[in-house]
Ligand binder design. Structure first.
Ligand code: MEZ
Length: 546
């Protein structure tokens, strides 16, 4: 396929300026400029894309329209009394909902702390955003670095809005997480002398990004999934895994404690009652809600289910008015629109160029600022590259990497990227690629304490479904880290809680209250939630970038 002629013209300009740009560093934006560009161009600041929640614990607060609709939706379960007459399908100490990295970590630690564990997941175990994270995981484990510096970077990246207690835990436990993953078998990139190789990410003051080439998340997920599976499946002390069984509702007891959940078997269409002393929600993000019509890097099941379940049961959410748009989503060819082009490409030295082949932004600004700069270049300055579908784009000049770091670097460090583009006749070793912001991460989620606890006794949250750690903008590599740090913590806390929790009768009474509140708020009988899978026949989800 390669590039069509009209794009090639602009590509030639990128090639012409490359030698000169090798010695040029684009200046970073000042704090004032960052604030201005965010307010003017970042999608979080488009007022019409948000609305105020009309019911639930965050009533009166602002949320993206698509998420607000899901949070206020009617329940999937319609015939409560009949369902509650069904026999209980499974009883366990700790129920983990979600089969990504956070769920796997929670399951492992809950089991180590003596709990019987059921991990139930919507698709296959490992079908998750963890698997799709590419560029790395942060940890301050080098002599010139420290958790204190990591802390400052995380807070700065989040606009100093992050929950400081959560950040402290995140950065302090990071070096131990790397050691733990290595001990489980994760193969991080190493220098010839055996030391861990680290590079920069956007907003990092030290090189602390640890990677497994450009498939770090897949490598971590492989290790965690193997570990969960190798602990057996079915015996008293093992972790039982259910696949294709998403949870559609939490069960509460008469004291408001979480006492289990209702899963839907996607094969049979049957509901399954699970009685659990503690529940960990690790359902990940919501990119498949396609906020503001953006395409997404997220996996197919990322429809924000955990937020819906927790919210309806009464848990408060935090930072849900902010989403992360990864600056470098693939903008061409159309077949891979919105897919991730890892930040590692910029971490290794690639620059951003406009249609004239000129740099327009420092490549490693934090993601919110970087994305806003791309949007400004295309919308206000009209210096974007027009692709055949009308999708705006800017150039990411990948071939610079080999010129800076030596021949063979791209092939060695970015094999998955090279392969992704080769399929479409684009040679990343010698040609720049076209990128534009894509919906990548849910910055907020259910408000948690440092052990993953919520206001609801018995309910714990880990991973992307949790809010507060990253404030209004997450830095690259802190998500793979947080799923491990808070996944492990939530697993321990849930197991400890389960030891003292009474087994009480459960009910779905909260659904009756929910319906009452919906009616009082004058809400219609909308599409129920959790949504489970995106419906691409609906106009809302079928849209592409405006
Ligand atoms: O943390 C992330 O979001 C990540 C590693 C993404 C990437 O660009 O590779």
């Amino acid at each position: 396929m390669s590039y069509p002629t009209q794009i090639r013209e602009s590509m030639t300009k990128v090639e012409v300026t490359r030698q000169r740009r090798l010695t040029e560093t684009h200046p970073r934006l000042s704090a004032q400029e960052r604030e201005t560009i965010l307010k003017k161009f970042h999608p979080d600041y488009i007022e019409e894309a948000f609305r105020v929640l009309r019911l639930g614990p965050n009533r009166g607060e602002r949320a993206p329209r698509e998420l607000a609709d899901a949070l206020e939706a009617p329940a999937v379960i319609r015939h409560v009394p009949e369902l509650l007459n069904d026999p209980v399908s499974h009883i366990c100490d700790v129920l983990v909902i979600g089969g990504g990295g956070a769920g796997a970590c929670a399951a492992l630690l809950a089991q180590e702390y003596g709990a019987s564990v059921l991990l139930t997941t919507k698709l296959r175990f490992g079908d998750a955003n963890t698997m799709m994270a590419q560029g790395g995981i942060q940890a301050a484990d080098k002599e010139n670095d420290s958790p204190a510096l990591h802390y400052l970077d995380v807070m700065g990246g989040g606009g100093f809005s992050n929950d400081p207690e959560l950040v402290e835990v995140l950065v302090n436990e990071a070096p131990d997480v790397i050691a733990w993953l290595e001990a489980l078998g994760t193969m991080f990139d190493k220098e010839p002398n055996g030391r861990l190789r680290t590079i920069h990410g956007g907003g990092t003051s030290r090189k602390r990004m640890h990677a497994a080439r450009d498939y770090t998340g897949a490598e971590i997920m492989r290790t965690l999934r193997d570990e969960v599976r190798s602990r057996g499946n079915g015996s008293q002390t093992s972790i039982l895994i259910w696949e294709f069984r998403p949870v559609v509702e939490l069960l509460l007891d008469d004291q408001g404690r979480v006492a289990g959940a209702v899963a839907l078997d996607l094969d049979t269409g049957q509901y399954m009652l699970i009685q659990a002393r503690a529940v960990v929600i690790a359902t990940g993000g919501s990119g498949r809600l396609h906020y503001q019509g953006f395409p997404t890097t997220n996996h197919y099941g990322a429809t924000g289910d955990g937020l819906v379940l927790a919210y309806r049961a009464g848990a408060k959410l935090s930072f849900i008015d902010t989403m992360q748009y990864h600056p470098t989503g693939a903008a061409y060819p159309e077949q891979i629109l919105g897919q991730l082009v890892t930040e590692k490409v910029r971490g290794l030295g690639a620059q951003l160029c406009n249609v004239e082949g000129e740099q327009f932004v420092f490549p490693l600004e934090t993601r919110d600022v970087e994305s806003a700069a791309f949007i400004r270049e295309c919308q206000e300055r009209n210096l974007g590259v027009a692709t055949p579908t009308g999708q705006p784009a800017v150039w990411l000049d990948a071939p610079m990497i080999d010129l800076i770091k030596g021949p063979g670097t791209i092939a060695r460090e970015l094999p998955a990227m090279v392969r992704q583009y080769k399929r479409f006749g684009i040679d990343m070793l010698n040609e720049p690629i076209l990128v534009y912001p894509t919906l990548h991460y849910q910055n907020g989620g259910v408000a948690i304490s440092p052990n993953g606890g919520t206001q609801l006794p018995g309910l714990f949250i880990a991973g992307e479904a949790a809010g507060g750690i990253h404030g209004r903008n997450r830095l690259m590599g802190n998500s793979l880290l947080d799923i491990c740090v808070f996944g492990r913590r939530a697993g321990v806390a849930a197991a400890e809680y389960a030891k003292q929790a009474e087994v009480a009768d459960f009910s779905l009474n909260h659904l009756e209250n929910w319906e009452k509140m919906r009616q009082e708020a004058g809400l219609q009988d909308d599409q129920p939630a959790p949504i489970i899978l995106p419906d691409y026949t609906r106009a809302q989800t079928a849209r592409t970038i405006p």
